[in-house]
Design a binder for this molecule. Sequence first.
Ligand code: KIV
Length: 264
Amino acid sequence: MKWTARRIQHLKGKQPFATVTVTDAVSARLADEAGIPLLLVGDSLGMTVLGLDSTVEVTMEHMLHHTRACARGTQHALLVADLPFLSYQISEEEALRNAGRFLQEAGADAVKLEGGEQRAPLIRRMVENGIPVLGHIGLTPQSVKTLGYRVQGKDEGAAEQLHKDAEALQAAGCFGLVIEACPANLAREITLNLDIPVIGIGAGSECDAQILVFHDLLGLSPEPRPKFVKVYAELGETVRSALQEYANEVAERQYPASEHLYDS
Ligand code: KIV
């Protein structure tokens, strides 16, 4: 059965669940086959697959292109697309149109956008117009040039603000929210305080769900990786040594062997 935003919302308070970023039809198909209920076409693809320095350089065209590919690989999961930098900040009209393109043209089921209570009116308008929205608070990578990649919510005032942000996003109609890089006890309090699922990344084990970047958890991104990343498979190493073996076998005329030849 296909996952919907409503079904994801109902996972609150039940079993903790995993979510993951995807970038193309292959990663989406593998994650979907693994039974992961929510796949995020994260704008981190700017770094993981496009070789850019930050998500600030990622465009609508990049995100639409990759979302279409992911949609082709997804059968059951809810496919959420990240709204890229400046696609939702300029005006509500532009934001609504851009968000709608992901549903109408690219096969996404929902969008994600970064920011706290200042985004609430925009999110309300999107939700009222039929666009499910996943919020994203804490460390917001699109603000790297002003905030840096720093753990958020460490002092009392900042923690209070994160509580307000989370409540405002829930009230605006988000079906869930991502909280990135904040102390575990704060993420736990926010999770307990909300009725929608809180998806943590670098936010401890007591959120309703976790998200990791596909290329990080499979050892495909370059080191150093953030402290919260667990590498579940060293695929980078596996791929590198397979390619070296292939190159050596070609150089030594061991490949192709007789079983790889067509009969005359
Ligand atoms: O783009 C991304 O990968 C994300 C996750 C870190 C949540 O937004």
